[in-house]
Design a protein around this ligand. Structure first.
Ligand code: SAH
Length: 244
C-alpha cells in the first residue's frame, strides 16, 4: 500500500463549507490526526482510526502523521478553516526540515475556507479592499511584535482580521489591542465581532471602536476592523473597492 499525507482544512464549521476534495481525502483515509475538537468533526467508520491530540503539540502531531504515511497509511491531518492559516500545514513542513527521509512522500495541502472569509461573507464585504490577517496570540511570538504589526497595519490603512483575539490565559492583550486601534484609527472606525461563524451558535455584531468592549470577543471569534472607508449599508458592512 502506498502511503500519503493530506493536510486538510475543514472550513469554519458548516459541513456545506467543506470542499469536495477534502471530503474525498477523508473518505480515502485510514487515519485522521489533529486537535481534539477538529477530529471530533470526522464521522467514525470501520477502517478509520482517529488520533485526537491536545493543542500545543503540533510538531509531535506532524511527525506522528509523517511516520504513519511512511508506513503506508493514508493520513489526513485536519485543521479548522484553512490548514495554512495559523494551523497545521506549517507544522508539517517544519517537521520536514530536519527529516529528509520524508521528502519523497506524497504530501498535499488541501485548502479550506478560513474563518475571516466566512465571517466577512456573512457580514457583507468588509475585506473588499486591501487587508491583512494578524494572530493576536502571543504563544508563538512576542507581544511587542503583535503591537508593532498592529500599529503599522493600521497606519498603512489596511482592513484587518484578527485570529485568536482573546483567551483566559491572555486577559490583558485584547483590551490593549482595542486601545491601540482607537489611537490609530479613531473612535468611529467599524469593528465586526464574528463568533462561531457558520455554526448554530453564530453571532455577528458590528459596532464602532468607541462601543467595542473586550468581552465581545472570545476564542471562537474572529474580529474584523474596517479601513477608513468601511461603512454600513442596510444590515451589512462593506469596504468600497476604490481607495485614495
Ligand atoms: N486555520 C483556522 C484558524 C485557526 S486559529 C482558519 O483558517 O480559520 C483559531 C482561531 O480561528 C479562533 O481563535 C478564531 O479567531 C478563528 N476561528 C476559527 N473558526 C471560527 C469560526 N467558525 N468563527 C469565528 N472564528 C473562528
Amino acid at each position: 500500500m502506498t502511503g500519503w499525507l493530506a493536510i486538510a482544512g475543514l472550513g469554519p464549521g458548516d459541513e456545506a463549507l467543506v470542499t469536495p476534495e477534502v471530503t474525498q481525502a477523508v473518505a480515502d483515509a485510514t487515519d485522521i490526526v489533529g486537535y481534539i475538537p477538529y477530529v471530533a468533526r470526522i464521522a467514525p467508520r470501520d477502517g478509520l482510526t482517529l488520533h485526537p491530540s491536545d493543542n500545543r503539540v503540533e510538531l509531535d502531531r506532524a511527525r506522528h502523521a509523517l511516520d504513519m504515511a511512511m508506513q503506508g497509511r493514508r493520513v489526513v491531518v485536519v485543521s479548522s478553516g484553512d490548514p495554512g492559516v495559523f494551523a497545521m500545514a506549517s507544522a508539517v513542513f517544519e517537521a520536514l526540515e530536519d527529516a529528509p527521509q520524508y521528502h519523497a512522500l506524497d504530501i498535499r495541502v488541501l485548502p479550506g475556507i478560513t474563518a475571516m472569509l466566512a465571517a466577512a461573507a456573512h457580514a457583507g464585504a468588509p475585506l473588499g479592499h486591501d487587508f491583512c490577517a494578524i494572530n493576536l496570540s502571543d504563544n508563538l511570538k512576542p507581544w511587542e511584535l503583535i503591537e508593532h504589526r498592529l500599529r503599522l497595519a493600521a497606519q498603512a490603512g489596511f482592513a484587518m482580521a484578527f485570529y485568536n483575539p482573546r483567551s483566559a490565559s491572555r486577559p490583558a492583550g485584547f483590551p490593549r489591542v482595542l486601545d491601540i486601534l482607537r489611537e490609530e484609527c479613531g473612535q468611529g472606525r467599524l469593528i465586526t465581532f464574528a463568533r462561531a461563524v457558520s455554526t448554530p451558535d453564530e453571532r455577528i455584531e458590528t459596532v464602532t471602536l468607541a462601543e467595542a468592549t473586550p468581552e465581545m470577543a472570545d476564542m471562537r471569534t474572529v474580529v474584523i476592523v474596517g479601513n477608513a472607508d468601511t461603512r454600513r449599508v442596510g444590515r451589512w458592512v462593506y469596504t468600497p473597492r476604490r481607495a485614495g
